[in-house]
Every structure is written in structure tokens, then in C-alpha cells.
Design a protein around this ligand. Sequence first.
Ligand code: SF4
Length: 240
Amino acid sequence: MDDRERLQYLQAMGIDVWVPRDAVAEQPAAAEQGAEDGPGATRVDRPPADDGDTVMQAWRQLEQEVAGCRLCPLAETRTQTVFGTGNRNADWMLIGEAPGQNEDQKGKPFVGKAGLLLTEMLRSLNLGREEVFIANILKCRPPDNRDPRADEVAACQPYLQRQIALIRPKIILAVGRVAAQQLLKTDAPLAKLRGKVHYLEEIPVVVVYHPAYLLRSPLEKRKAWSDLQMAERIYRDLQD
Ligand code: SF4
């Protein structure tokens, strides 16, 4: 993607591209940041490197388990489970909170207007949706889009842990407050969680605003852009 195209994507996100770089200097450099995650943060037990057939079989098994899952009451109200989509060998994994109405209908995460904005956010990082893997903490929609309950998260979390273990992403974006709090097992508000790097085991986790929130609060898009830039820097540093 050339600079002109990138500029167009940023403009589509509603980001003022003339904002001076200093505007993001309030954020500490990744190297200076420490992990501040709760003691019960989501565990990722990475399996040893495995052959392709075994990995494919593990994905199939996981998909079947999720599709037929009735481990929590959300099975009664969902239209269908939303497993997650994208590249199963992705360097970047995005984790949201739970399917909403559109996702419940389509069976895919982040569709509708918020999904379009998420796509633009990714494109500003030179990433297409097909290059990343997108999943949620919960695989079924909570009624009326309420926050996930602790029992639902506890029941569903092993599926996400298995997805992370299979993908082995280099970096995770926790999309929105609820996803960040559940993933990192903390009650800290999003304002305290963003702008620094957290870790799930050794995988860096960057907390970003939920695109649905950004649609309601367009003034926060500058901060969202600086969070994405920080994630990009961390990812780049990992390549060195
Ligand atoms: S939310 Fe998760 S644990 Fe609950 S029924 Fe759906 S897949 Fe199963």
C-alpha cells in the first residue's frame, strides 16, 4: 500500500492525518512498559510445534465443539455460534468481546458498521482482514448485547485459549474494554489499559478502542490511531 492509499484509509477512519506525531508521545515506549496484568490473566499453553495434519485436526475438532456447545445458557438464545475468521497462521490476532446482533445472524465476528471501521483500522496498518485472525471472548451472543457474565466467560474461555495456542500470534489486539478486562483479568478501565503493552504469557497484547465506541465517539479516533501505531511499533520490533 502506498502512502496515498494509506492516507485514504486513515481519512475513511475519520483520523486527522495532519495531527503531529508528538500527539502520541504521551505514550511510553514499549520497551519501557512492564506487564501489569492480573494474576489470573488468560493462560495460553502453547502446544509444541506440530505437523500440519494434527493442527488441521485440532482446528476441526475445536470448530465442531464450538458449533455444538451448550456449556452456558447463551446456547438457548443464540442463532448460531461465531467461531472466528481469518488466517489461522496469522501474526496478528484480534479479540473482541462477543457477537452482537449482526454477528449472531451472519456467524462472523465484527460485521456491520463497526466491522467496516475495524477493517479500515486494519488497513491503516497495511493489514487485510484475511491476514489476521478475529475472534471473541464469547462465541455466542449475550441477549440485548449485555456484558458477558463471569460464568459464561469461564465456560467459553478454553475455546479462545485453544485458538490462541493453535494460531500462536505474534501480537494480540484486545478490542474494547470488555475484551481487555476479560483477557487480562482486571477491572481497570480502558483508559488505564490502553497506551501500554500487556502480555499473555509472552505474547504482547495491546488494548484498542472498540470500533462501535469509535463510531459513537469520533473524537477518540486520534487516540485509537496512536494505539494502532504503538502496536505496529511493537510488532516491528519483534521482527528485528
Ligand atoms: S458462549 Fe461459549 S460456552 Fe456458552 S454456549 Fe456459546 S460456545 Fe458454549
